[in-house]
Design a protein around this ligand. Sequence first.
Ligand code: FE2
Length: 247
Amino acid sequence: MSIIDKLLGKNKRLKNPVPIPVKTDIHSHLVPGIDDGSQSLEESVKLIRELQKLGFRKIITTPHIMGDHYRNNIQNIRDGLEKVKDELAKQGIEIPLETASEYYIDDHFMELLKKDEILSFGDRYVLVETNAINYTEIIRTAFWQMGLSGYKVVLAHPERYAYLWNDFDRFHEYKDMGIFLQINLVSLSGFYSQKVREIAERLIDENLVDFIGSDTHEIRYIEGIHESLHSPYMHKLKELKLLNDTL
Ligand SMILES: [Fe+2]
């Protein structure tokens, strides 16, 4: 048990917020009107200002690409990003803003992978998510195929997948396969559920976290992150070798 555990215990709330230990956010939904994130330029600018206040100095925003719901593509994502950048420039807000995508693993993603129409970030990292309930064979196939195509898999919010909650060994298996794990900061406040919070904490305890992300969709995520900054686990995050600032 670490000193932090002994002094504070799990689920305790620190009196003072802990600064976020990285400067680059790699997960958010800030291209307006193309997914379930920001719905207007005004909202995007507001959220970006809030991310700056939290301490982020670079943002890689990641609109959903999902066969069934959000059939975005490289072009409309880049066009949307340009509009946000123009607005930021107009308002004198300086922050590097790049785009990638959060790919839902489905048949559509497998086709994009085959055609190599993939938005990656940094050194060929690709952010992916899976369905929340069931482990399906396509997940394994996608990870395998991404590796063959020279991409590095970053699994978004692993703490949120119910099919992994009673299968913790699989997180270690993923790490052994070279998969990178990105937890959501907001998970540490209990924003989704107590269970999701506990899994995020265990991932930190077992040194399995490579990236953190805000996953900002709307203002309540920012509010949730402010609450997360009071988690003792923020101190533990600082001790991990997070890769956000290598980007
Ligand atoms: Fe997301």
